[in-house]
Structure formats: C-alpha cells, structure tokens
Design a protein. Structure first.
Length: 695
C-alpha cells in the first residue's frame, strides 16, 4: 500500500494486485471495494468481496467489517465491536469502489479527504472518464449492485432480524435488490456467528409476474440463493394447493354469469373470516362424528379424549391419532385388540380424508349464503346469490353429482390456501403427510399490486412476522382491483413493535432527463440522475410510418451499442404480436421477439411487450407506443401506468404515436422535458418574393 495514495499510481497498483489475486484465487473478481483505516498503528487496508479470504485481507460483503465500506466515508470514525469479532477501529482514510472485467479493473472511484476522483482504464493506463468511451455492458437480469449499495440500502439490508423490513421506494431506487440482498445477508453463514442463518430452502420470494421472476432469477446464484422458492403468487399458490391436495386443479377464466361479482366478493377480507368460521364449524362436526363412530370400538372413551386433549389444527390432530392407532394395532397382543384398533385406525383415516376435501370445502363455503352474509355484511342478497351460482357452475365443469370438477378461479387459490393452513397449521405434502411447511422468511415484491386477501394469506405463511421483507411503490400500482391496504396499514397489520415503513427516494436506474419526466408525473421533487439524452416524442401520420420510426430508433440504439436491450411497449397485450411481426419484417426475426411471461428473454435485441409484462423490469432503451389519452387517460390510474412505463428506461426513452400526445406527455413537452418531432403536422405554406407577383 503506497504511503501517499496518489490516484493514478494507486489505480495502477491496485490493478496489478487485482490481476495477481485473480490468478492466485482462481476467480474473476476477488473484491470490488477497498477501505483504508488510519489507526494508532498506521494505515490498514481491507477489501470487500463476495468471498472471504483472510490471507488477502478480503471480507465478505455481509461481514460486519464491510460496514466501514458501505456506511462510512473518509473522515468518519469507525469501530467494529461485535460478538465473536476482534476489535477494530480508526478513522476512514480512503474508500475505493471498482468495476472489473476479464480480471482487470476497468473503473475505479476513489474517495479521500480531498474528495472523489473517478478513473477508467485506457490503452496507456488509467485516465479520466471524459477521455475514454465506455461501451454499455451486456446484462441479463438485475445488475450486480454489491459494490454499489448506498448507505441507506445497506442499513435496510442489515436491519435487525427481530423486525420486518418494509420499503416504499421510487422506481429504480433499488427496492428489489435491497430485498434480495437482505435475504442473502440473513442466509449468510458467518464463521463467528452466534445465531444460525436462515435456511434458503425456507425462504419464499413472491414476484408480481413471471417475466419479473425470470428477470430476478439471474441474481439468485451469485447471491447463494439458488435454494429459495421464487414464483408469482398464483403459480406458488397453485403448486402449494396441488401438493397438499394430491388431486387435479385447473384455474378457469371462462366468463360465467356472476363472475365479476364473485371476484369482488372473494377479494374482501371478510371472506377469510368466513373461512375461519367455516373451519371452526367443521371442527365441531368432526368432534361429534368421531364420538359416534369411536363409541363402538372404545367404550372407555380413551381415543376421543385423546383427540379432545390434543392441541393444534383439526387435520393434524386426526393424522397424528391415525398414526397412533396404527402403531397401537401393530403392538396389540390379541386378535380382538388388533381388530378393534384397526377399526379405530380406519375411523381416523376416514376422518383425515373428510378433513382434506378442499375442493368440496371451497364449494360449500362459497355457496353458504348465511355464513357469508354474517362476514360480508355489505354484500347484498342478490350478490351472494350470484356468487353461489357462479361457484356452482364453475366447479361443476368436469365434475359429477357427487364431486366437483377440477375447475377453480384464480381468486379461489388464496381461499384454498387459507383452508389448508387453518386445518394443518402449515402446508402439507400429500406424498408425505408428516411434512408441514411454513417459511422462515417471506419477500414480497411490488406489494402495492397485491390485494388484502393475498397479503393476509402470504403473511400467515411465515412462522413469524418478523421474518418479512416487503417492498413496493404506490405510484406503480397497475392492478385496479387489487385494493392494496396501504403502507401504514400494512405495518400495523404485521403486529410487530417497531414495524415502520422506510423510504428509498433516490433513483439510480435512469438518467436525469428520464427521471425529470417521471418525477413530474407523480409530483415529486427532482431526484437527480446521471447525464443522458432528452426523451423524444415522434408523431407520425400512418401505421407504416409508426413501424418504420420504431425500427429506426431500435436500429440506431443497437448500432450504437450491440449489447443493448431495446423494449418496445404497447399499452395492451392485443397489440404486441402484430407489432412484433411488423418490426421483425424490418429488423429481422432473429432480432425481434415477443416478451410474455416465460417467453421473456433478457439479451441484446428488441423485445415487444405490454404494460403488465414490464412491471419491475428495466431496459437500456424503451420505446413507448401511442402515449395518448386513450391509452393513458387523465386519471390517477393513467398517470401511474405512464410513470411505470417511463421508469423502465435506463439510458434512452422514445415515444412514438400516430395520434397527438396525451395530456401528461403534452405537459412534459411544453415544459421542455420531452423533445417533440411532429412528422404528421400539415406543413405551413411559406411564400417567397416570387409568390407576390402576378401570374
């Protein structure tokens, strides 16, 4: 370590040491951060990376020592005083953050008491950024931000394990990354740790849609989170119900009479209270049924007493006593006792079957008007009748007079999960009934687009409500009937002392020019951002001109950076495939693809998709199609939708339409935030001197 950290000399030395460490350790990037502490014994340097190496003075990014890098700046006093760790202290002398590729440092940001200095690698050593052009990097999924975590993000990631973390943040502020890195921190097995880490296999991460799940999945392996369950709510719910049930379930979206009313009623919290009352009635009926049947084989009432004295959910008590009766039968010494205990075993086995007829339970619950009326007091009688008719028609598909068919609505999945949880205390596995699962940690992303019923079911799926990380942004709510309960209500619902909503207000994804448009849409103060080109709006006269203009913008972006990912976003899904076909005819079908759920590919090229698919994603260039009042009306919902679209862009934003721009876009144009090119305007007649003369 040089005695005086002259920036250019330090960059050269660190680059040399970095390459040597890569060779010694057999890795591409042994560290990404460096901090120097000035103490009584002189300066001492530490490196921060993904893997600890004591000999190289590298600590894991989760290590308490890494707080010197993440939380502090030159001039700050730092002291590491944590159980199991040696006492380290001193004043921060310098801090360095690097970006590397191919075992070489490509960029270094050095901060000393004299201020920050940025240097990039050039052909003849390190130079200033303005003297070297840096190409855009190809990325798949969320970018690796381990080196870039801000103090605010780092504090949320490493917050106390005894409290939930709730983060409301602007688009591009790193909410999703904070949630994932918190899980990585919670699951980190520190050598000196006194408490066991969270098991990744007991972590549930719920994303808004499949495209976002695919996008995020690329970050799991680098964070050591391959073992977590990551899915959308409906996909996870369907898998969990099927695993517990062992039977066939098929979500049905047919437009049956009464569907709209049924959906609205199923999204009310009262439906969960009705479910609890329904299960309580079943438990009481089960008690009476067991008493009648067991009386023949157990005159002393031993087994019914055991059932009544047992604690826990009804189905678990039945399963436990079924196993106990089977064990007692096998241990019996007389033929009569074996026969008697075998019948007791059969009674409990039948009770277990009757307790787990979930589709039948669902149908009975949702057609029980008296019970529903007691817990849905605002529902009119005709609405409850519509719900009953709809549910009976839905579940009759593929069924018979005795048993309902496999058809259920997507809204039924949350109710089925609640039924199962109430009966089992967790989620069972029909292939191994002794296995009942609850999660140790829950991550919920884009929480504002989850309804109250879904939220309650998810919160009940984790062992403790301290094991919860929830992130979202009310300005990006795009599901109109989700009925999000609100951030303060969510904190109160967790019922944990000290549960508060933290905010991330600094957006890191987009350029300042793009953020200026986004901030104006939500009435927020300017959030800064890096330099970048002004967003553009092009109005064209025809559909053919629209396609050619989009193709021109996309081709230009790919020519400037072949690794760019360009996203063309239509408001509605119905417009996507035809537009992709037309663009493919111009740009080539190997360049253009449709982005839909699992079809989403995060690679260089052009993706054509729609509003619902891009939620939570980010792209180098976004081309927004038809930002008109018809697509984004002058309402809160229209404003939120447009804000969500605008904030998907990292480097460039273009808007293209055959119609005049809508009110929100027009306001941005008038304010100088968007540059307008109106190719559809009727040209003005410009007369010259010769036009003043007689013919």
């Amino acid at each position: 370590m040089p005695s005086v950290e002259e920036p250019f000399a330090l960059a050269q030395e660190l680059d040399h040491r970095f390459g040597a460490q890569c060779a010694r350790l057999g890795c591409e990037a042994p560290w990404f951060g460096r901090v120097v502490l000035a103490g009584a014994g002189g300066p001492c340097e530490y490196f921060v990376g993904r893997r600890r190496n004591v000999d190289e003075r590298i600590v894991d990014w989760q290590h308490p020592m890494a707080a010197a890098y993440y939380e502090h700046r030159p001039g700050d006093e730092f002291e590491l005083e944590a159980p199991g760790y040696a006492l380290v202290g001193g004043k921060i002398a310098s801090r360095a953050q690097i970006e590397a590729a191919h075992r070489r440092i490509r960029k270094i940001e050095l901060t000393t008491l004299d201020g920050p200095r940025v240097l990039v690698a050039g052909d003849d050593g390190f130079t200033r950024p303005e003297e070297a052009r840096r190409a855009r990097e190809e990325r798949a999924g969320l970018p690796d931000i381990t080196a870039l975590l801000t103090p605010e993000q780092y504090l949320l990631i490493t917050a106390s394990r005894s409290r939930p973390v709730i983060v409301q943040g602007r688009a591009g502020s790193g909410k999703t990354s904070v949630a994932l890195y918190r899980v990585a921190w919670l699951t980190w097995a520190a050598p000196e740790a006194t408490a066991p880490p969270v098991d990744p296999a007991r972590v549930l991460i719920v994303m808004f849609n499949r495209a976002l799940s695919t996008f995020v999945r690329g970050l799991l392996a680098p964070l050591g989170l391959e073992g977590v369950q990551l899915n959308t709510f409906h996909a996870w719910a369907l898998d969990t119900v099927q695993r517990a049930y062992g039977g066939e379930l098929a979500p049905n979206t047919d437009e049956l009479p009464g569907k709209a009313t049924a959906i609205a009623l199923k999204k009310q919290l009262g439906i969960l209270r009705a479910t609890e009352a329904f299960v309580q009635r079943q438990a009481e009926a089960l008690d009476g049924w067991l008493e009648r049947w067991l009386a023949t084989y157990d005159r002393e009432g031993h087994w019914i007493a055991r059932f009544r004295q047992a604690t826990g959910p009804m189905a678990r008590r039945v399963v436990a006593l079924r196993s106990a009766a089977l064990a007692a039968r096998d241990a019996a010494t007389t033929s009569r006792d074996q026969q008697r205990l075998h019948e007791i075993y059969r009674v409990f086995r039948q009770a277990a079957v009757r307790s787990t007829l979930y589709k039948e339970d669902l149908l009975r619950l949702l057609t029980h008007r008296e019970l529903l009326a007691a817990h849905l007091p605002d529902a009119r009688a005709e609405e409850l009748a519509d719900l009953a008719r709809y549910q009976a028609a839905l579940q009759s598909i593929g069924g018979d007079a005795r048993r309902p068919g496999p058809s259920v609505a997507f809204e039924d999945l949350a109710i089925l999960l609640r039924l199962i949880l109430l009966k089992h205390g967790g989620y069972p596995n029909s292939a191994s009934e002794d296995e009942v699962t609850l999660f140790d940690h829950l991550v919920l992303d884009e929480a504002q687009d989850f309804g109250a019923v879904e939220l309650q079911v998810l919160l009940a799926s984790v062992r403790s409500r301290t094991g919860v990380t929830i992130v979202g942004d009310s300005n990006q709510r795009i599901v109109p009937d989700a009925r999000f309960i609100g951030w303060d209500a969510l904190a109160a619902e967790l019922g944990v002392e000290g549960a508060t909503v933290a905010r991330l207000d600094v957006a890191h994804r987009s350029t300042a020019a793009i953020l200026a448009v986004a901030d104006a849409l939500i009435g927020a103060p300017p959030s800064g951002g890096r330099p970048g080109q002004l967003p553009s709006m092009t109005v064209v006269p025809t559909r053919a001109a629209l396609v050619s203009t989009i193709a021109e913008l996309a081709a230009r972006a790919l020519a400037e950076s072949p690794s760019a990912h360009v996203c063309v976003v239509a408001r509605h899904a119905g417009a996507v495939r035809s537009l992709a076909t037309e663009l493919g005819a111009v740009l080539g079908n190997d360049t253009v693809r449709v982005g839909h759920n699992r079809e989403f590919t995060f690679a260089p090229g052009v993706t054509v998709t729609n509003l619902l698919q891009v939620k939570g994603l980010e792209f180098d260039v976004v081309i927004l199609v038809d930002p008109t009042d018809a697509s984004y009306p002058d309402t809160d919902e229209g404003r939120r939708h447009l804000y969500t679209m605008v904030t998907r862009a990292r480097d460039a934003l273009h808007l293209v339409s055959t119609e005049p721009p809508g009110r929100h876009v027009r306001a941005a144009i008038d304010a100088g935030r968007i540059e307008l090119e109106d190719r559809a305007a009727v040209p003005k007649a410009e007369f010259g001197p010769e036009d003043d003369e007689p013919f």
